[in-house]
Design a binder for this molecule. Structure first.
Ligand SMILES: NC(=O)c1ccc[n+]([C@@H]2O[C@H](COP(=O)([O-])OP(=O)(O)OC[C@H]3O[C@@H](n4cnc5c(N)ncnc54)[C@H](OP(=O)(O)O)[C@@H]3O)[C@@H](O)[C@H]2O)c1
Length: 289
């Protein structure tokens, strides 16, 4: 099999949002390279169908489904517990699940949904799995951000967008949070041989945005012909997960396998620490790297 990124035999990868789009394409590629792949999905039927597809395309039987609705923090905690029980190593954690919502909703924990799924879920899951990542080092945490980060502002007075809600700027804020989380995590993980990087996958034709109606749906329908395939969109994530090129590289934001710059605020340590502390409060997490 063509394996340009190097083997992944004996390695375990956990991929959130592995049932669709970029996450599913990543699962296929890593399984084909020999990794034991665990995909997180929130719906049994969709999850089982995705696993069947991933196994078929990768010619690997080592693909497992774990169910969790990442909007609910107790489900994130249950997912981490179940993973730790079943797997004694974690070489790659791909925080990929994400969404944009045209209308503001709240999760069962009373948190604005985009913030909960796109930022707080990966924040909590990564921290809960950190010891296993350290035991498996060298290991990698990769978070799928977006150039939509440029539309985002970190408003600490209204992180949950109760005063004003607009779908794309709120999405952008959560994607900026992904980058700030990555930069801060990389600092905290110095000397552990666990790396933390993030990426923009490009504009990719997936199920992204289809959970909405009205003008937002129209936007994605018009943009579709100009978008990349999920396989193309997954390329940088797969590279960050598997390539020797990025062994030891940490605290960076990539697009098309090249480092790119984030918004200026992401480089400010005090702002990053503030986001980390607020995220700890919002997830009830006190044990950190
Ligand atoms: N597509 C783009 O143009 C683009 C551009 C920049 C960045 N991104 C980022 O790329 C990542 C992947 O998106 P995609 O384009 O592959 O979209 P997608 O096809 O919609 O996939 C999103 C995945 O996230 C999962 N997910 C959503 N809400 C969840 C929840 N509450 N609990 C558990 N899983 C949940 C979905 O599960 P279900 O199958 O159950 O819905 C799905 O597997 C996202 O973080 C997105 O922000 C995408």
């Amino acid at each position: 099999m063509d394996n340009p990124n190097g083997g992944m035999g004996g390695k375990t990868a956990l991929i959130t949002g592995g049932t669709s789009g970029i996450g599913k394409a990543t699962a296929v590629a890593l399984a084909a390279m020999g990794a034991d792949v665990v995909v997180v999905g929130r719906n049994q039927e969709r999850g089982e169908a995705a696993v069947k597809e991933i196994k078929g395309q990768s010619h690997s039987e080592s693909v497992e489904l774990m169910l969790a609705d990442l909007s609910a923090q107790d489900e994130v905690r249950r997912l981490a517990e179940a993973f730790l029980e079943r797997h004694d190593r974690l070489d790659v954690l791909a925080n990929n699940a994400g969404l944009v919502q045209s209308k503001r909703t709240e999760t069962p924990d009373g948190i604005e949904t985009t913030l909960a799924i796109n930022h707080l879920a990966p924040f909590l899951l990564t921290n809960l799995l950190l010891d296993r990542l350290k035991q498996s080092a060298p290991s990698r945490v990769i978070t799928v951000s977006s150039e939509a980060q440029r539309w985002g502002n970190m408003d600490f007075d209204d992180l949950q967008s109760t005063q004003k809600y607009r779908g794309f700027p709120v999405y952008g804020m959560t994607k900026l949070a992904n980058i700030m989380f990555t930069y801060e995590l990389a600092e905290r993980l110095k000397g552990t041989f666990v790396t933390a990087n993030c990426l923009h996958p490009g504009a990719v034709s997936t199920n992204f945005g289809k959970n909405n109606s009205g003008p937002m749906t129209l936007f994605f329908r018009i943009a579709k012909p100009f978008m990349r395939s999920p396989e193309q969109g997954a390329d940088t994530l797969i590279w960050l997960a598997s390539s020797p090129d990025v062994e030891g590289v940490s605290g960076k934001y990539f697009s098309d396998r090249k480092e790119i710059e984030a918004k200026k605020v992401a480089y400010d340590p005090a702002t990053r620490r503030k986001l980390w502390e607020m995220s700890e409060d919002l997830t009830g997490l006190k044990v950190v790297a």
